[in-house]
Design a protein around this ligand. Structure first.
Ligand code: ADP
Length: 913
C-alpha cells in the first residue's frame, strides 16, 4: 500500500491524520492544494497542482481571507481563525473554473508562524455518493412499483399501472411515458398504457398500434437505446428526443418502456442503463405476470362456462390414493358435495349396468395406460331423475413421478336419448314392416329394367317365395295371363311418371292367385336419373272379391227392383225423386227416366204433404222405417190411395240423406172400404127409419092440427089476423124442424169427402142426438148426455164419426130392448160423455144392458161377427166403426162396466193454431 493510498483512505474516512508521517506525506507538493495561512486566516501562499483549477489562482497583492476563495455555503465551516479549525476535517467548495465548484477536503496544522491548510480533491467521491444515493432511490422506487403492481387486485391493475407511470414521470421528470406490449396476435407492438405530464404533448394513446418497428431495436445494446442513439427512435417520439428501455423475458423482448421529450444525459445523468433496466423490469415483470394471470383467469372462466354449458368437465385419477377428482362443474351437475372422492364411491355413482365395465377400463388405464373411451350412465344424487349418459374419455400422460391419469366427461344424454328414440322408432318400423300385410319391395333400375333387390319378410307368407328365387322373368311368369298387360303398363308408367298404382293377380307357390294392389314410386339421383323403385304390394284379394260380390248383389237387387211389381223409389228429404222403378213409372204413365227430379209433394194436397213431411221427420237411425197410407192427387186421375213404406238412409252423424220407399196401390181396397162404410151407413139409415118416421110425423101432426083448427075458424068466419099469424108461425117452425131432419139425413147419406177435415167431435154427438134422440126416447130409453161444452179439433170426417156414434148407440139400444123384453121393470139408459186432455179427446158410450160376454169381447170388432138373428145383424157396425176411428188416427175400444158395455172412442187432438 502506497502512502498516497493510505492518505486517500484516511481522507475518505474523514479523520484528521494522527501522525506526522501522514502530515509529511500530505505536505508533498505534488498532490492536492497547499495553502499557507496567517493567524487571521488570510491566504499567504498557494501550492500544489489543484491551484490551477481555482478561479483565483494568483495571489492578491493584499492577502485575502480564505473565505473569499470559497463558494458561499462553504464559508460557514471556517468561521473564526485557523486555530479554531485545528483538529477538524474541513470540506470546502472552492470557486472552480467554468463556475464549477471544486470539492476539496483537508485540515490545518500549525506551521512556523502561520498555518498550513492541506486539501485533497473529493469531487469524484461526492459524485459516486450521489450516484449511489440516486441508485438507491431508483431501487426503492422499483421495488415500490413492483410491489404495487403485484399486490393490487386484477380489476384495479390498469388504475395502479397508470398511477405508477405517473409516479415515474414525476420522480424522473419524464414528460411522456408509455409501456408497449405485444398485441393480441403477438405480431406487433401496442401501447398498453401511457402517461403524459400535464404540460406535455400527447405522444400516444392507450391501445395505439406501433407496428413491428420496435423489433429492429432489440439488436441494440441497452446503452445505445438509453442514450437514444438509434435513428429509428425518433419515429416513436414525434421527432423529439426520447429513448426506449427493453424488458427481456425468456422469449426475448417482452415489453418496451418509451420515454418521450427526455434526454437521459441531461435529466438523469446519475442513472445508468442498469438502473433503467431495473426500473423497466419493476414495471413490466409484474405487469406481464398480472396480465398473464388475468388471461388465465378469463380462460378459466371461459372454460368453466363452456364446461357448464356442455355438461362436460375434466377428471383426474390419483391412482396412488385411489381417488378421483372431478371438475367442479361436473361435481355440481351430478349433485356431489365434493369434487374429490374415493374411486369406490365414484363407481357407486355409476349405473350398475355400466359399473363393472368402467371399473375394468379404469384399471386397464391405470395399469397399462390403455386409453379409455366409454359411454356410461351416471346416477344423479337426486335418484328421482333418470341417469345421465356421459361419454368418458381418459389417458395417461407423462411418465415416472410425473405420470398423470386425466380425462374428461361429456354429457351425451341428448344424443343418447335421440339414439334411443331413433332405435326404438327403427325397431317399430321394422316391426311394422315385418308385421304389415303389405310386402315392401325395392327394385333397382338397370338400363331401363327394374330388378328386385329387396322384399320385406311378409313376402314369404304371402306368395311363398323369397328374394333369392326372384327375377324379373319369374315375376312376369307369375302374373295372371289376363293381367300381364296391366303389369307391363305399370312398369312403363312408373318409369315415365315416377309413380304408379296398379292392380293385378299374382300366383303364389301353391298356384293360388292373389289380387295385389301395387303402389310404387321411382327414386332418382341428383341428376334426375332413376336409381330404384320403392313400392308395396297389398293383398286385396278379399276386398276385390267382396267388391265383386257387392257388384253382383247390387246387380241382382237392381234387377229385383226393376222387375218388382211393387212401386219402388228413392227420394231426397225435400221429396225430390232420385230413382223410380218401372211399375212406378207405369202407374204414373211415364218412362222411368222421367222420374228423377220430380217432387213427390206435387202429387199431394198441402195437408197431405205436411203430414207426409212430419212423418219423415220422425225417422231416425233407430226407427228408420215407417209405413202409412197416403192419398195422392195424380194429375188427370182420380184420387189414389197408396200404402207407402219408407226406410231412411242416414249418415254417420245421424242426418237423413235419402229415403227408399216401397208403395202398393191401395185405391181399390179403399174404394171397397168406402163402399162398405156407405152400405153400413145405409143400413144405419134403414135402422133409423122408424125413428125418422116419428121424427117427421111429429111436425106433420102438429101442422095438420093447426091447419084443421084454422080451417074450422075460417068456416065459422071467426078468423083474426093474430090467430092466423100464430098458427102459420107454428106451422113454419114445424116445417123447419122436418127440413132439418131431412137435411141431415141427406148429408149423412152422402159419401164422405176424400180429404179429412178438422172438426169438433162434439158436433158429431149433436148430429147423432138430432137423428136418434127422439126415436130412443120414444122407445122409453133414457139418454144421459154429460159435459159437452169444450172446444177441441180432430181430423177426419164428421159424418163418419157420427156414423160410429150411431152404431154404438143402436147396438146399446138393441141390447137394452132385448133385456127389457125379459124384464118389463127394467129401466134402460144410455150415457154419452166426453173428456179431453192435452193429446186426446175421448167420447164414451155406455149402457146398462149388462155388457158383452167376456169370451166374445175380443171378437166383436171382427167383420160379420154378430150375435143377432140372421137378417137382423150384419156384423159390420163395429168393424166399420173400428176402421173409421183408426183412419182418424184414433182407437175404438170396449170394456164391461158394472152396468153394461162401455165403448170408448179415443182421438188425437189437433194442435191449436
Ligand atoms: P150387429 O149389430 O149387426 O150384430 P155389430 O158389429 O154392430 O153388428 O155388433 C156385433 C156384436 O157385438 C153384436 O151382435 C152384439 O152381440 C155385440 N154388441 C155390440 N154392442 C153391444 C152392447 N152395447 N151390448 C152388448 N152387446 C153388444
Amino acid at each position: 500500500m502506497s502512502a498516497g493510498d493510505t492518505l486517500l483512505r484516511r481522507l475518505l474516512q474523514r479523520q484528521p491524520p494522527k501522525t506526522l508521517i501522514a502530515a509529511q506525506a500530505l505536505s508533498a507538493p505534488g498532490v492536492g492544494l497547499h495553502i499557507q495561512l496567517d493567524a487571521a486566516g488570510r491566504v499567504i501562499d498557494l501550492a500544489g497542482p489543484l491551484r490551477h483549477a481555482l478561479t483565483r489562482q494568483a495571489l492578491h497583492a493584499q492577502p485575502v481571507l480564505l473565505r473569499d476563495y470559497l463558494m458561499p455555503h462553504s464559508c460557514l465551516s471556517i468561521e473564526g481563525t485557523p486555530a479554531d479549525w485545528l483538529g477538524h476535517s474541513l470540506d470546502l467548495d472552492f470557486h472552480g473554473l467554468g463556475d464549477q465548484p471544486l470539492h476539496l477536503r483537508g485540515w490545518v496544522q500549525p506551521q512556523a508562524e502561520g498555518w498550513l491548510l492541506q486539501l485533497l480533491d473529493i469531487g469524484d467521491l461526492l459524485l459516486e455518493r450521489r450516484q449511489a444515493r440516486n441508485r438507491e432511490q431508483c431501487q426503492l422506487l422499483s421495488s415500490q412499483i413492483s410491489e404495487q403492481l403485484r399486490l393490487c387486485s386484477l380489476p384495479r391493475l390498469p388504475e395502479v399501472m397508470a398511477e405508477q407511470l405517473r409516479i415515474l414521470t414525476q420522480r424522473l421528470q419524464i414528460p411522456c411515458i408509455a409501456v408497449a406490449l405485444l398485441d393480441d396476435q403477438e405480431q406487433g407492438w401496442q401501447v398498453h398504457q401511457h402517461f403524459s405530464a400535464a404540460d406535455a404533448p400527447q405522444l400516444w394513446h392507450n391501445g395505439q398500434r406501433l407496428g413491428t418497428g420496435l423489433d429492429t431495436l432489440s439488436g441494440c445494446t441497452p446503452q445505445q437505446l438509453i442514450r437514444g442513439e438509434h435513428p429509428r427512435l425518433n419515429d416513436y417520439f414525434g421527432n423529439a428526443e426520447g429513448f426506449v428501455v427493453p424488458y427481456h423475458d425468456a422469449q426475448g423482448v417482452a415489453a418496451w418502456l418509451l420515454c418521450g421529450f427526455y434526454s437521459v444525459q441531461q435529466r438523469a445523468p446519475d442513472l445508468n442503463h442498469r438502473d433503467w433496466l431495473q426500473l423497466m423490469a419493476a414495471l413490466a415483470a409484474p405487469l406481464l405476470e398480472r396480465l398473464r394471470e388475468q388471461r388465465h383467469h378469463l380462460h378459466l372462466e371461459r372454460l368453466e362456462a363452456l364446461q357448464t354449458l356442455l355438461g362436460t368437465g375434466w377428471w383426474e385419477l390419483f391412482s396412488d390414493r385411489h381417488e378421483l377428482q372431478l371438475a367442479p362443474s361436473l361435481a355440481s351437475d351430478l349433485g356431489l358435495d365434493h369434487g374429490r372422492l374415493p374411486v369406490r364411491d365414484w363407481l357407486e355413482q355409476v349405473h350398475p349396468a355400466d359399473r363393472e365395465e368402467l371399473n375394468a377400463r379404469l384399471l386397464d388405464l391405470r395399469n397399462n395406460s390403455a386409453p379409455l373411451l366409454l359411454c356410461t350412465r351416471v346416477l344423479r344424487a337426486d335418484t328421482a331423475q333418470s341417469p345421465t349418459w356421459y361419454r368418458l374419455q381418459g389417458q395417461a400422460v407423462g411418465a415416472g413421478i410425473h405420470r398423470r391419469i386425466i380425462g374428461f366427461m361429456l354429457d351425451i344424454s341428448d344424443i343418447k336419448n335421440q339414439q334411443q328414440s331413433a332405435a326404438m322408432a327403427h325397431a317399430r318400423l321394422d316391426n311394422l314392416i315385418a308385421s304389415s300385410p303389405a310386402v315392401i319391395y325395392v327394385q333397382r333400375y338397370v338400363e331401363g329394367a327394374l330388378q328386385p333387390t329387396f322384399f320385406s319378410d311378409s313376402l314369404l307368407p304371402l306368395l311363398g317365395f323369397s328374394l333369392a328365387e326372384c327375377n324379373p322373368a319369374m315375376l312376369v311368369e307369375r302374373v295372371h295371363p289376363d293381367d300381364r298387360n296391366q303389369y307391363f303398363e305399370r312398369t312403363r308408367q312408373l318409369l315415365r311418371q315416377g309413380s304408379v298404382q296398379a292392380r293385378y293377380r299374382m300366383r303364389d307357390s301353391r298356384g293360388d292367385y292373389h289380387w295385389l294392389l301395387d303402389e310404387a314410386r321411382l327414386l332418382r339421383d341428383d341428376l334426375g336419373l332413376p336409381v330404384e323403385a320403392v313400392g308395396l304390394w297389398l293383398d286385396v284379394t278379399e276386398a276385390t272379391q267382396a267388391a265383386e260380390q257387392v257388384r253382383q248383389s247390387e246387380e241382382r237387387y237392381r234387377i229385383l227392383v226393376e222387375d218388382s211389381p211393387a212401386m219402388i223409389c228413392r227420394y231426397l228429404p225435400d221429396l225430390t225423386l232420385t230413382f223410380g222403378n218401372r211399375p212406378l213409372a207405369a202407374y204414373l204413365e211415364c218412362e222411368p227416366q222421367a222420374l228423377p227430379g220430380v217432387n213427390l209433394g206435387s202429387w199431394m194436397s198441402p195437408e197431405q204433404r205436411e203430414a207426409f213431411v212430419s212423418r219423415l221427420s220422425q225417422l231416425s237411425p233407430e226407427f228408420a222405417v215407417s209405413t202409412a197410407e197416403i192419398n195422392l192427387q195424380l194429375p188427370g186421375r182420380e184420387h189414389a190411395w197408396w200404402i207407402w213404406s219408407d226406410r231412411g238412409v242416414f249418415d254417420d252423424q245421424g242426418r237423413l240423406l235419402e229415403i227408399q220407399a216401397v208403395a202398393r196401390d191401395n185405391t181399390e181396397v179403399r174404394r171397397s172400404q168406402q163402399q162398405l162404410t156407405q152400405s153400413a151407413k145405409m143400413a144405419t139409415l134403414g135402422e133409423m127409419a122408424t125413428g125418422l118416421a116419428h121424427e117427421i110425423n111429429q111436425p106433420l101432426n102438429v101442422m095438420r092440427m093447426a091447419i084443421v083448427n084454422v080451417l074450422k075458424r075460417l068456416g065459422n068466419g071467426d078468423v083474426q089476423v093474430d090467430y092466423l099469424t100464430e098458427k102459420l108461425k107454428r106451422i113454419d117452425t114445424q116445417v123447419q124442424r122436418a127440413a132439418r131432419v131431412v137435411d141431415h139425413m141427406r148429408v149423412f147419406g152422402r159419401r164422405s169427402e176424400i180429404e179429412q177435415q178438422p172438426f169438433n167431435p162434439l158436433q158429431a154427438i149433436e148430429g147423432t142426438l138430432a137423428l136418434l134422440a127422439e126415436g130412443m126416447r120414444g122407445k122409453g130409453l133414457e139418454l144421459r148426455v154429460g159435459e159437452t161444452g169444450f172446444d177441441v179439433q180432430v181430423r177426419g170426417h164428421v159424418d163418419q164419426l157420427e156414423q160410429v156414434l150411431i152404431n154404438l148407440m143402436v147396438n146399446a139400444r138393441d141390447a137394452l130392448l132385448a133385456r127389457r123384453e125379459a124384464d118389463r121393470q127394467f129401466q134402460p139408459w144410455i150415457a154419452l160423455d166426453a173428456e179431453r186432455d192435452a193429446q186426446h179427446v175421448r167420447l164414451w158410450v155406455e149402457d146398462n144392458g149388462g155388457g158383452i160376454d167376456p169370451r166374445l169381447l175380443e171378437r166383436i170388432f171382427e167383420p160379420f161377427f154378430t150375435t143377432k138373428p140372421v137378417g137382423v145383424g150384419t156384423g159390420l157396425g163395429l168393424s166399420v166403426s173400428y176402421g173409421i176411428v183408426q183412419n182418424m188416427g184414433g182407437r175404438l175400444s170396449v170394456t164391461n162396466s158394472q152396468y153394461g158395455a162401455r165403448f170408448c172412442i179415443e182421438l188425437p187432438v189437433l194442435p191449436q193454431v
